[in-house]
Design a protein around this ligand. Structure first.
Ligand code: SF4
Ligand code: SF4
Length: 432
């Protein structure tokens, strides 16, 4: 692969400074797109060489895409940064390539604090309950357990292993594949379970291939393109064998990466074609439910007025994941679902679209910076006093579980996927 840095048309206007969550936290030129691009240009011109310091600068980016979205010169910032990470990895300068924390875990020389805080997730990761191919190994090294106030409970039985097979396929309904993703499979299986339940209720056939693997995003953002390609090939082959109307995700990060898979095979037209096949089939679950199954209309038609008289009113604030808002252009469908729910008041926090600070492995490698961004986002939410913060990305969910805990709101503010609330409303209506 070759670098596309020559495509950089940055004129140093500085517009990206107004939207970059990292720059807005540190106010350092090296922490914004134009600064990073200048360094990559200097590298290309041979003025400087790869170094760990440069690697550190490149890693201090959430790859949220906000800079590319506002750039008047249409500079493909995230693509250029990603190529920089790949080249750094290939040059053997990436600190992520051989993470000493992961090595120490594998040697089993573990601090007691880690074992106490990590609990089931930790054991599951390193007692081989979770396969090496899972992105969770990149997402949850030792630092994950030592720095956080919260560690998520792992699902001992991954969703894919516990999913009930389709009883009987409806003859003329839609046939959809479900790409579950590591976050929904192990950490937020409720989001996966409710999607299957809702789809079946709406008459669709759901196919959940048991051998699917991690989407490869954690490897990709680490610069490890080879691992990302190997994982992508497995999923492309697996889903390519099935005759599906769509392939759905409940995690915006997985979904955005599936859509970008063709970029991984720039130098391999055959695989690029196959990757495009999967990318074109992909739909975010909430957008699919609204656009293809009229789910919001269905919810509104359920004579729900009677429920409004009984149940408590829930103030719900929705967070736009960058991988959904920018990566897939989806902001409306989740709000339409929430708006159609009985006893739910959808409240908008200030600065809609602001990043939560999770950013793939950014949360691991730059925890303090990540939670600084998170704290600002939590302050936005606190202004509207929600009973629940909901979002359609398992990375954001993980971040907000930490956020409510840091603000002393654990147990008071619920954090979940929007479809979990939709499923509860449907069950409530059936029961009344
Ligand atoms: S907005 Fe675009 S052109 Fe302007 S400084 Fe940022 S990357 Fe460069
Ligand atoms: S991708 Fe996001 S974090 Fe990275 S430079 Fe652009 S705006 Fe900043």
């Amino acid at each position: 692969m070759t670098s596309d840095i020559h495509l950089n048309k940055c004129n140093r206007c500085g517009r990206c400074m107004s939207v970059c969550p990292v720059y807005q936290t540190t106010f350092r030129e090296a922490d914004v797109a134009r600064g990073r691009l200048a360094l990559l240009e200097a590298l290309e011109d041979g003025v400087m060489g790869w170094s760990e310091r440069l690697g550190e600068i490149l890693s201090r980016c959430l790859l949220c895409g906000a800079c590319a979205q506002v750039c008047a010169n249409n500079v493909q910032t995230t693509r250029l940064f990603q190529q920089g990470r790949r080249d750094l990895f290939l040059a053997g300068k990436s600190t992520r390539a051989d993470n000493p924390l992961i090595k120490s875990i594998r040697r089993r020389d573990l601090p007691g604090k880690v074992v106490r805080k990590g609990g089931a997730l930790f054991q599951a990761l390193f007692c081989k309950k979770i396969p090496e191919s899972s992105g969770l190994h990149l997402r949850f090294p030792l630092s994950f357990f030592t720095q956080r106030a919260t560690a998520p409970a792992i699902s001992w039985t991954p969703f894919i292993k516990s999913a009930e097979p389709e009883a009987a396929s409806p003859v003329d309904g839609l046939r959809v594949g479900f790409f579950v993703g590591c976050g929904a499979n192990y950490l937020f299986p409720e989001a996966a379970r409710v999607l299957v339940r809702i789809l079946r209720h709406m008459g669709a056939t759901v196919v959940i291939p048991e051998n699917q693997v991690c989407c490869g995003l954690p490897a990709y953002v680490s610069g490890d393109t080879k691992t990302a390609q190997a994982l992508a090939k497995k999923n492309i082959e697996l889903f390519g064998l099935l005759e599906l109307d769509a392939v759905l995700t409940v995690c915006a990060s997985c979904g955005s990466h599936l859509r970008d898979l063709p970029v991984l095979f720039d130098d391999d037209p055959l695989w690029q074609d196959a990757a495009s096949g999967l990318a074109e089939k992909h739909r975010d679950a909430m957008a699919f439910l609204v656009e293809s199954l009229d789910f919001d209309t269905y919810l509104k038609d359920q004579s729900l007025d009677r429920v409004l008289q009984g149940g408590p009113l829930l103030r719900v604030a929705y967070h736009d994941p960058c991988h959904l808002r920018i990566g897939q252009g989806i902001t409306e469908a989740p709000r339409r679902i929430l708006d159609a729910l009985p006893n739910v008041e959808l409240v908008e926090a200030p600065h809609a679209g602001q990043c939560c600070g999770h950013g793939g492995d950014f949360n691991l490698s730059h925890f303090d910076l990540s939670v600084n961004i998170l704290d600002r986002r939590m302050e936005d939410f606190q202004k509207v006093e929600p009973d629940a913060i909901v979002t359609g990305c398992t990375g954001c969910l993980l971040q907000f579980v930490e956020g409510v805990s840091r603000k002393g709101l654990a147990g008071k503010v619920r954090v979940c996927h929007p479809l979990v609330l939709a499923d509860k409303a449907m069950a409530y209506c059936r029961a009344t």
